[in-house]
Design a protein. Structure first.
Length: 392
């Protein structure tokens, strides 16, 4: 009889554990459904303002207010300098632009006084400035090399040769492109985001037939000439104390035998206050790409949470740093599930204060602001239940 009773108790306990497990699973699935619905129909940005925090604390306003008041009593008051208002109205045009004067004068017959008939005297003027643009102007640069020969010795002495100056060295041999044209095309593409097919149409309107394939070939040739400059930028990045790395997918058209995504890797670092950037194309997302790029670098490396960077963090002398922007996204997702019993709102407020503190105006450069500080005061007026101790 006792054995049967124990078996029944065990079955009840097993059922209780099953019910608790199923309830947890249901709560998780409901939160996941809410998150997926928000991704489909909700706001796409993960920005979290102070007003959002106040709205999220609608039902625990008293507790939050009391905690904030106690923090304010402990924190010293800080005086904020008055800001300078911007003058209203249209901003003046830059003084370095050349001026072209256009005078609007009255006819000579009207420069006579209507009362006494004497000539009018100029007593001043009214001026106004307008902005004028001159469309791109193309011209043909014609290179002429005079040829010289001796009429007396022509056809008699073998030493009598025709003399002519050496042709100028072109950046791209046997092409019609000048350095000015190449700089214009590449700046329009990589700085102004103007693709070559659109530049082809613009040149056609001007009256020049320059195909997109030709411009692509020129861009590749110029890239080869710029390789020493890219190597110098790599050296500058490795010489600095702090490097940021990120990667993104890149669509490569008509790449034979390639089905998976390609990637563009971006490296930022170098001298504090004068950062350098290098874009590196690579077919894969392997962690070997940044590992080989950094080479013998020693210092801080900031990345997102991609596991491929773990190999970089294992290199001797490298300290791997995380990214607040990527970390806060997970807490934002928690707030979108409307789940209870979490302190994601508190963590978002703490992250906002930390980011605001790190970007505060100071004498340090933007690159130095990314480095960990020693001896400086961290934000302490905000209390986070479970994350405060781990964040300090």
């Amino acid at each position: 009889m006792g054995g049967a009773s124990n078996t029944a108790l065990d079955d009840v306990e097993e059922l209780r554990r099953t019910v608790v497990s199923q309830e947890k699973k249901i709560i998780f699935l409901e939160e996941e459904i809410r998150l997926l619905k928000h991704r489909l129909y909700g706001r796409k940005t993960d920005r979290w303002s102070t007003e959002d925090v106040k709205q999220a604390r609608l039902f625990n306003e008293a507790e939050a207010g009391a905690a904030e008041q106690s923090e304010q009593k402990q924190s010293p008051s800080i005086s904020v300098a008055a800001h300078t208002r911007r003058p209203r109205g249209r901003r003046p045009l830059p003084e370095n632009l050349p001026r072209e004067e256009v005078v609007h004068d009255i006819p000579e017959e009207q420069k006579v006084c209507a009362c006494c008939g004497k000539p009018l005297v100029r007593i001043g003027e009214e001026t106004s400035e307008k902005l004028k643009v001159i469309p791109p102007k193309l011209l043909v640069e014609r290179h002429i090399r005079p040829k010289y020969a001796c009429r007396e010795c022509q056809g008699v002495a073998e030493e009598a040769k025709i003399k002519i100056a050496e042709p100028p060295k072109d950046l791209i041999p046997k092409s019609i492109a000048t350095p000015e044209l190449l700089a214009y095309l590449l700046a329009s593409k990589f700085v102004d985001a103007l693709p070559f097919y659109r530049q082809e149409k613009i040149l056609t309107r001007i009256g020049v037939d320059l195909s997109r394939a030709t411009m692509c070939h020129w861009a590749i040739e110029v890239g080869r000439h710029l390789e020493p400059l890219v190597d110098l930028l790599r050296q500058r990045i490795r010489a600095g104390p702090y490097v940021q790395i990120d990667e993104t997918t890149l669509q490569v058209l008509k790449q034979p035998g390639r089905e998976s995504d390609s990637y563009m890797w971006v490296y930022r670092g170098g001298e504090p206050g004068k950062p350098s950037l290098v874009y590196q194309y690579f077919p894969s997302r392997s962690g070997d790409v940044p590992f080989e790029f950094l080479d013998a670098y020693r210092g801080y490396v900031q990345t997102d949470g991609y596991k491929g960077y773990e190999k970089v963090g294992k290199k001797p002398g490298i300290i791997l740093l995380g990214c607040w922007s990527h970390a806060r996204r997970k807490f934002v997702e928690v707030t979108k599930t409307n789940a209870s019993g979490h302190n994601a709102h508190d963590m978002l407020e703490l992250i906002r204060l930390c980011m605001r503190w790190s970007m505060r105006p100071s004498r340090t450069s933007s690159t130095q602001r990314g480095l960990p500080r020693s001896g400086s005061r961290r934000p302490s007026r905000f209390s986070c239940r479970s994350g405060r101790d781990s964040m300090r």
